[in-house]
Design a protein around this ligand. Structure first.
Ligand SMILES: [Zn+2]
Length: 297
């Protein structure tokens, strides 16, 4: 009978996967390209990319290309691991894989940022979003959209100062500490993300949002790209940093799986899909069980 159960699983899982990933879904890239142009906080080392080998080998019998790169962790589109601001927090390699995928949410405060470049998204902004879209799901990856990604990689525009090597002159929007706390306590979110260089706003002296999320084992995403292409909800986000031992963060590829018709059916905690899956699996189980009984009797 174990073989039959396995058989059901093997048949049902791919079919379930097919239900979740039909042609009507598109994958959006939320990362800027990592290169010599990538922006980082002042101080520390630069990104470098070196060609080691690039050419035809062994009398033109095969092409070989090998490069190496040297990068700070916190550069370009990147993830802050909880270890970044909490000495007992997860390092990058310790973050459980299921914490790197979640239902996505975009809270757009671009209009407020136009009037105030030091704007901090408030709990009231979140509550206004929920009145229209419903509660933010548990484990969500909550993006704040300020429209800042169009400034990237222009250093002066992104840090919004004529002295981008002096962090005390930075002016860009971020999360309000009260908002980070509210999302953690009331919605049990998995991650926050923003299209600016920091989850804290530019003038922040002590990175309070960083401290709050790190202490709660919530990851932060910075310099996120393309948030304007996303719906407010109903999509899945995968966040894939290199599994760096002892890392406090790292460059990351962020992908959003978005339904083309905006139905938002395929979410990580979609009870509907799970019910459909189990209904299908049990239905198939009954059919196969009946066939088995017919066969052996
Ligand atoms: Zn960082």
């Amino acid at each position: 009978m174990l073989g039959l159960r396995l058989c059901v699983a093997l048949i049902a899982c791919p079919l379930f996967g097919y239900c979740c990933l039909p042609d009507s879904f598109q994958v959006l890239d939320l990362s800027h390209t990592l290169s010599n142009e990538s922006l980082r906080w002042p101080g520390g080392s630069n990104f470098s990319f070196t060609i080691l080998t690039r050419g035809w080998q062994n009398n033109n019998s095969f092409w070989l290309e090998l490069n190496k790169f040297d990068t700070p962790e916190h550069i370009g589109t990147h993830m802050d691991a909880p270890a970044h601001f909490y000495n007992k927090g997860w390092k990058v390699h310790e973050i459980p894989a299921d914490r790197l995928v979640g239902p996505g949410v975009v809270i757009d405060v671009k209009d407020k940022v136009v009037k105030d470049s030091d704007y901090r998204m408030t709990p009231a902004d979140v509550e206004s979003w929920e009145k229209v879209n419903g509660p933010i799901p548990k484990g969500a990856i909550v993006f704040m959209r300020s429209g800042w990604d169009t400034r990237y990689p222009n250093k002066t525009l992104t840090f919004n100062t004529n002295t981008p090597d002096n962090e005390s002159t930075f002016h860009f929007p971020g999360f309000h500490p009260d908002t980070a706390r509210w999302l953690i306590v009331n919605r049990n979110i998995g991650m926050i993300g923003i299209d600016t260089p920091s989850t804290d706003y530019g003038p922040s002296p002590n990175f309070e949002v960083h401290q709050i999320i790190s202490n709660a084992s919530v990851m932060g995403l910075e310099n996120v790209n393309n948030l304007g292409a996303l719906p407010p909800k109903g999509f899945i986000v995968t966040v894939a940093p290199v599994k760096l031992f002892d890392g406090s963060g790292g460059p990351v590829r962020i992908l959003a799986l978005v339904s083309k018709d905006g139905s938002g059916m395929c979410t990580a905690n979609s009870a509907g899909h799970l019910m459909l899956f189990w209904a299908f699996a049990f239905g198939l189980w009954h059919v196969l069980s009946s066939l088995w009984k017919i066969c052996i009797t």
